[in-house]
Design a protein around this ligand. Structure first.
Ligand code: MCN
Ligand code: CUN
Length: 777
C-alpha cells in the first residue's frame, strides 16, 4: 500500500509549524553566546528595546524573576533557559528578542550588549576530569568537577577471569564521533497563552507531544489540563525533537508577557550548533577468544561527552542508554561495560539521531572488534561471525549484560546476506584487483537492535513510564478513527496504523483515519523515538481493535440471536459457526451498535474501545549488512560501490515503508562513516555550523541499495512486529568502516576513526591517523 500522507506531501500541502499563522503573532530570535565558556558580567538590552519594532527582550534575569531561568532536562539535570551566570557552550541561549516581524527580531539581536569575561573551555572530553580542568557546572551545589555519572553493566569479575584465561585478546580505542540528526525541518514553536482562559497552546515540531505537555506544565507551573501541544506535520526528527529547547520556554514566557502568540523558527546553524547532538563516545574495547576463534568475552570502558548540560534522553535507569547491548549478536561467556559521563563546553545532549538509546555506539564497537579479531586470527570475517552467532534454539536468549532477546534466526540472515551479495565471488574479485594495485574493500556487520521501550516498570523518562495509548472509534457507518499517542516525523504512521486496524477489523485501510499530534485529541503516551511506535503504539492499536472485535461479537450475537460462543470470525465478519452465510459484517454490526437494538444486560452500545499498552519486553530486530567500497589511496577518496542489507524486523506491516526506513538508515550510516562530524577547535568554536561544513550524504554518495529480508516474528507483540526505524543507522556504519579498513589492509592500517573523509583515509595510509573528533590537529 502506498503512503496515504504522500497525497499532501507531494503536493506541497503539508503543514509544518512555520506554516501556522495565528492572528497577531509576534516573532522571536535568540541571541547566542559567541564563546564556549565565559562569565557574563553585564547585559544591556536598552538599545534593543528602543528598536521601534521590538516588543520585549527577555534575558535570564527576566526569567529568574519568574522562576524560569533554569529548566529540567530529560535526564534530570538542569539546563539554563537563558544564561545568567555563565555561558557554557558556543551558541548557548543568552537573550530572546520578540518583535513584530522575524527580520526586526534578528536585527535587534545586534543591539543587545553582553559583556563576557572569557574562561578556559573544556573541549576534549579526555581532559574533563583532570584535576586542573575548569569546572563547567559551578552552578551545581557542592560539585567541583565535570563528572556526571558512572554506570556499569555485566559481571566485572567473571569477565576479568575469562580475559585472564583467554588465548587471544584484541583491544582497540574507538571513537564514535559527535554527529547531528539534522532534520530537514529545524526546530520551531508557537506559544499562545490566553490570559482569559489561562489556556496555553503550544505548536511545536516534536516527536513526543504528550511528554512535552507534561514537561511544559512542570517547567511553567501552568496546570497540565490547560496546556495543549499540537505537533502538525514534522519534517524529520531523528531524535532531534525529543527534548524541550530553551527557546520553547522563552516563547511561552514571551506569550505570557505580551498576551500575543510568539513564534520562533530556528535556522540551520542554530540547529547544528545548539540542539541535541548524538554519540560522542570515546570507547576502549577488548574482545577475548580461543585460538580457533570462539569469542568468549567483551570488556568495554567508555568516556561519554554529554556537553554542558546533560540533556540525554535515556530511560532514567540507564544513563548510558542501552549501551550494554554491546554483547551484540554473539554467544559470550561474560561481558562487562562501564561508562563515565562528563561535562564539556559543547552543546548539551547525549542522544539523538536514530540511535535506539546508544545501540548505535555499542553495535559499531562490537562489529569493529570482531573484524579486528578476524584480522588477528587471519580468518574470514564472515566465517568468524557465522561461528559465533547465537543459534535459533537459544532464543529467548539472555545476554551477559541482562537483556532477554525475544527471537531470532541469525545464521539464516547472515547466510542470506552472503548469498545475495555473492560473497565468494566478491572476495575473488578483491584478490584479482589487489594484484592490479586496486583497493576494493568488503565490510560486514551483524547487529541486534533493542527497540520498543518499555516496559513501564523498567523504563521512564522524567518519571513518565514508557507505555502508549490508542483509542479506536467506530462510527455508525462502520468507518473508524484511530487516535494514537505517537507522532510521525516521516515514518508514515497514517498509513501503517490504518493498516493495523484494517487488518484486525477486516475493513479497508481507507476506512480508517489516524489522528495524532494533538494532545487534546489523542490519548497519553510517550511518543516516537527508539523505534517504539510499532512495538508499543502499534500493539496498542492492535489490542484496541481486538476489543472492538469482541464488542462486535456481542452485538452480532444479539443481531443473530445466537450465543457469542457460537460465532466465528473471518476478516470483517462474525458468522454462525458452520454457517458462513448467517453472519454480519463489521459495517452492519457498527450500525446495529448505534441503533435501538436490544443488547444483553451490561453491554454498552457502540463499538469504541481503547487500550494502554505496556510492552512486556523490548523487541529485538536484527540484520546482516555488507558494504563494498573502492578506495583511492592517492586521494583517500572512498566510493561506496554496493550495499547489501538483510533486515529482520519480524512481521512487516507495510513492506515499502520498511524498505524506505532501511534506505534512510543506510544513507545515515554512509554519512556518519564517511563525512558527518560536529567538530570544534581548541577554543570550543563549533566548526560545523552549516551544510557546507557538516556534510550530509546525497544520492550521489549512495549506491542503489540491495535489500533482502527474513521474518522472525516477535513472540510477544500482537502482530509479531518489531521496530525498524533505526536498524539501518545502527548497523550500517560498521559495515562501511569495516569495508574501508579491509581495503586498506595492504597498507597495514588496522583502525581509523570516523568520519573516514579523504583526509582521514589518506592520513591513515601515511601512518599518521587523524584525531577523529578534531577537524584540525
Ligand atoms: N513498520 C512496519 N513493519 C514493522 C516495523 C515498522 O511496517 N515490522 C513501519 C511502521 O509502521 C512505521 C515505520 O515502519 O510506519 C517505522 O516504524 P518503527 O520502527 O516503529 O519506528 P517509529 O515509527 O517509532 O519511528 C522512529 C524511528 C526513529 S527513533 C528515528 S530516530 C527515525 C526513524 O524512525 N527518524 C525518522 N525513521 C525516520 N524516518 C523519517 N522519514 N524521519 C525521521 O525523522
Ligand atoms: Cu535516538 S533517535 Mo530516534 O530514537 O528518535
Amino acid at each position: 500500500m502506498t503512503r496515504k500522507e504522500d497525497a499532501r506531501f507531494v503536493r506541497g500541502r503539508g503543514t509544518y509549524v512555520d506554516d501556522v499563522r495565528l492572528p497577531g503573532t509576534l516573532h522571536a530570535a535568540v541571541l547566542r553566546s559567541p564563546l564556549a565558556h565565559a562569565r557574563i558580567t553585564a547585559i544591556d538590552t536598552r538599545a534593543a528595546e528602543a528598536h521601534p519594532k521590538v516588543r520585549v527582550v527577555i534575558t535570564g534575569a527576566v526569567l529568574a524573576d519568574r522562576g524560569l531561568a533554569w529548566m529540567p532536562t530529560l535526564s534530570g539535570d538542569v539546563q539554563a533557559v537563558l544564561a545568567t551566570d555563565k555561558v557554557r557552550f558556543q551558541g548557548q541561549e543568552v537573550a530572546f528578542v520578540i518583535a513584530d516581524d522575524p527580520y526586526s527580531a534578528r536585527d535587534a539581536l545586534a543591539l543587545v550588549d553582553v559583556d563576557y569575561d572569557p574562561l578556559p573551555p573544556v573541549v576534549d572530553a579526555r581532559t574533563a576530569l583532570d584535576p586542573d580542568a575548569p569546572v563547567i557546572r559551578d552552578d551545581r551545589e557542592g560539585r567541583r568537577d565535570n563528572h556526571i555519572f558512572d554506570w556499569e553493566a555485566g559481571d566485572a569479575a567473571a569477565t576479568d577471569r575469562v580475559f585472564a584465561g583467554a588465548a587471544v585478546v584484541v583491544a582497540q580505542d574507538v571513537l564514535y564521533p559527535r554527529v547531528h540528526p539534522a532534520p530537514l525541518e529545524t526546530c520551531a514553536v508557537i506559544a499562545d497563552h490566553d490570559v482569559v482562559t489561562g489556556k496555553l497552546t503550544v505548536w511545536a515540531t516534536t516527536q513526543a507531544p504528550h511528554a512535552h505537555r507534561t514537561l511544559l506544565a512542570t517547567i511553567t507551573g501552568i496546570p497540565e489540563h490547560r496546556i495543549r501541544v499540537v505537533s502538525p506535520d514534522v519534517g524529520g526528527g531523528f531524535g532531534n525533537k525529543v527534548p524541550i529547547y530553551p527557546a520553547y520556554v522563552c516563547a511561552v514566557a514571551g506569550s505570557m508577557l505580551t498576551g500575543r502568540p510568539v513564534k520562533w523558527t530556528e535556522d540551520r546553524s542554530e540547529n547544528l550548533m545548539a540542539t541535541t547532538f548524538a554519540r560522542d563516545y570515546h570507547m576502549h574495547g577488548e574482545i577475548a577468544s580461543t585460538v580457533d576463534g570462539k569469542i568468549l568475552a567483551l570488556r568495554v570502558r567508555v568516556l561519554a561527552d554529554h556537553g554542558a548540560f546533560n540533556g540525554t534522553a535515556q530511560p532514567s535507569k540507564y544513563p548510558a542508554g542501552f549501551f550494554h547491548i554491546v554483547t551484540g549478536s554473539y554467544d559470550l561467556e561474560a561481558a562487562h561495560c562501564s561508562v563515565t559521563g562528563v561535562y564539556t563546553n559543547k552543546a548539551p545532549g547525549g542522544v539523538a539521531y536514530a540511535c535506539s538509546f546508544r545501540v548505535a555506539e555499542a553495535s559499531f564497537l562490537v562489529e569493529r572488534l570482531v573484524d579486528l579479531l578476524a584480522l588477528e586470527l587471519d580468518v574470514d570475517p564472515a566465517e568468524l561471525r557465522m561461528r559465533n552467532l547465537l543459534r535459533p534454539e537459544q532464543f529467548p536468549y539472555t545476554c551477559s549484560t541482562g537483556w532477554e532477546y525475544d527471537s531470532g534466526d541469525y545464521p539464516r540472515a547472515l547466510a542470506l546476506l552472503l548469498e545475495t551479495a555473492g560473497y565468494r565471488e566478491l572476495r575473488a574479485e578483491q584478490a584479482r584487483r589487489r594484484e592490479l594495485g586496486e583497493h576494493l574493500g568488503i565490510g560486514l556487520s551483524f547487529f541486534t537492535e533493542a527497540v520498543g521501550a518499555g516496559p513501564r516498570k523498567h523504563m521512564d523518562i522524567v518519571g513518565l513510564g514508557m507505555a502508549d495509548g490508542a483509542e479506536l472509534r467506530v462510527h455508525p457507518t462502520g468507518k473508524a478513527v484511530l487516535r494514537i499517542s505517537v507522532q510521525s516525523q516521516g515514518q508514515g504512521h497514517e498509513t501503517t496504523f490504518a493498516q493495523i486496524v484494517a487488518h484486525e477489523l477486516g475493513i479497508g485501510p481507507d476506512d480508517v483515519d489516524v489522528v495524532h499530534g494533538d494532545t487534546d485529541a489523542t490519548p497519553f503516551g510517550l511518543g516516537t523515538y527508539g523505534s517504539r511506535s510499532t512495538p508499543v503504539s502499534g500493539a496498542a492499536a492492535s489490542m484496541a481493535a481486538r476489543k472492538v472485535r469482541e464488542r462486535a461479537r456481542i452485538v452480532a450475537s444479539a443481531m443473530l440471536e445466537v450465543s457469542p460462543d457460537d460465532l466465528e470470525w473471518s476478516p470483517g465478519r462474525w458468522s454462525v459457526r458452520g454457517d458462513p452465510t448467517a453472519g454480519k459484517s463489521i459495517t452492519e454490526i457498527a450500525a446495529a451498535a448505534h441503533s435501538d437494538l436490544d443488547l444483553p444486560d451490561g453491554v454498552e452500545g457502540q463499538l469504541d474501545a481503547s487500550c494502554v499498552y505496556n510492552p512486556p519486553n523490548l523487541t529485538f530486530p536484527f540484520g546482516a549488512y555488507l558494504c563494498v567500497v573502492e578506495v583511492d589511496p592517492g586521494t583517500g577518496q572512498v566510493v561506496v560501490r554496493r550495499f547489501v542489507a538483510v533486515d529482520d524486523c519480524g512481521v512487516r506491516i507495510n513492506p515499502s515503508i520498511v524498505e524506505g526506513q532501511v534506505h534512510g538508515g543506510l544513507a545515515d550510516g554512509i554519512g556518519v562513516a564517511l563525512m558527518e562530524l560536529i567538530a570544534f577547535d581548541p577554543d570550543g568554536n563549533h566548526l560545523g555550523g552549516s551544510f557546507m561544513d557538516y556534510l550530509l550524504p546525497t544520492a550521489v554518495d549512495c549506491p542503489s541499495w540491495e535489500l533482502a529480508e527474513t521474518v522472525t516474528p516477535s513472540p510477544h507483540h500482537p502482530l509479531g512486529a518489531k521496530g525498524i526505524g533505526e536498524c539501518a543507522t545502527v548497523g550500517s556504519p560498521a559495515a562501511v568502516v569495516n569495508a574501508v579498513m579491509d581495503a586498506l589492509r595492504p597498507f597495514g592500517v588496522r583502525h581509523a576513526d570516523m568520519p573516514l573523509t579523504p583526509a582521514a583515509v589518506w592520513r591513515a595510509i601515511q601512518g599518521r591517523p587523524l584525531r577523529g573528533d578534531l577537524a584540525i590537529d
